[in-house]
Design a protein around this ligand. Structure first.
Ligand code: GUN
Length: 286
């Protein structure tokens, strides 16, 4: 079985980006800027945000952190987003999810200028993705596609099964696989005989959030397995797939950690540079 090494692939992407950013900064007189908003004190979110800011620093993206208390009001969050939308030094706005109870995340996300929506969650970007038009694409799904491409895994004509239908991963990754000419099904908690659906697939994308949900008996020998799960358990960080059991069944598979996680962050950096390129081309900071 081939291990699809997201950690090493992400490091290569960061290295390439650092070179590009150096040139861009000289040509345009400023570095790309990313605003990172974290509301409340969810421990997992704090780790993600710290990792994102560290990755920015490594490649030469200026990140601006906004730490807001859990009792901040909807209006206050929206006012900060409005200010960042108008700030010519900010190319990307990342609002870490989930938000504390009482805040309407969808409403917040819809306030972000679509050209600064580096998470690809705004309805404009999700809509353009659905239509197959260029857009900012959500980071985890785009990171999965980049990893498959890096290992020359062609999805065209293959049967792909996505387990999970979230707006962050399941739906957009299904659309990206479809765009890449896979035959796609989406399974979820109400799917009947889910094991049979998964057994049909050449490519399995697990994004359910249940530790070791995908077991060896569910997977067709030779299938490619992408594990998007990050589950914190007493045994530490575990994925949605039983990696040890699948090693003798899958032809290629992502580990957890070191698979999709680092690719998500690398894609955030890629998206921020893409947004920056659009903004400087528009002469926004002239
Ligand atoms: N929470 C879990 N995944 C993500 C992500 O990709 N972006 C943001 N902003 N929040 C998340």
């Amino acid at each position: 079985m081939r291990k699809l090494d997201g950690k090493a692939t992400a490091a290569l992407i960061r290295q390439e980006l650092a070179g590009q950013i150096e040139v861009l900064r000289k040509n345009h007189g400023r570095e790309p800027g990313l605003a990172v908003m974290l509301v409340g004190d969810d421990p997992a979110s704090q780790v993600y945000v710290r990792n994102k800011e560290r990755a920015c620093a490594e490649v030469g993206i200026r990140s601006e952190g906004f730490r807001l208390p859990a009792d901040v009001t909807q209006e206050e969050v929206e006012a900060i987003i409005a200010r960042l939308n108008a700030d010519p030094g900010i190319d990307g706005i990342l609002l870490q999810l989930p938000l504390p109870r009482g805040l309407d995340s969808q409403r917040c996300l819809e306030r972000i200028d679509p050209s600064k929506d580096v998470d690809g969650f705004h309805p404009v970007n999700m809509g353009r993705l659905t239509l197959g038009l260029p857009c900012l694409r959500s980071c985890t799904p785009a990171g999965v596609m980049a990893l498959l491409a890096k290992y020359d895994i062609d999805v065209a004509g293959k049967k792909a099964v996505v387990i999970g239908r979230s707006n962050i991963v399941g739906k957009p990754v299904a659309l990206m696989l479809l765009q890449a000419n896979a035959t796609v099904s989406i399974c979820h908690s109400r799917t009947a005989h889910i094991a049979n659906e998964v057994r049909n697939a050449d490519i399995v994308i697990a994004a359910v959030g249940i530790p070791h949900f995908v077991t060896a008996d569910m997977v067709r020998p030779g299938a490619v397995v992408i594990d998007v799960g990050i589950n914190r358990t007493d045994q530490g960080l575990v994925g949605d797939c039983d990696y040890a059991g699948l090693e003798s069944v899958a032809s290629a598979m992502t580990p957890v950690p070191g698979g999709v996680g680092p690719m998500t962050i690398a894609q955030l950096l890629v998206n921020t540079v893409e947004a920056y390129r659009v903004h400087v081309a528009q002469g926004q900071d002239a």
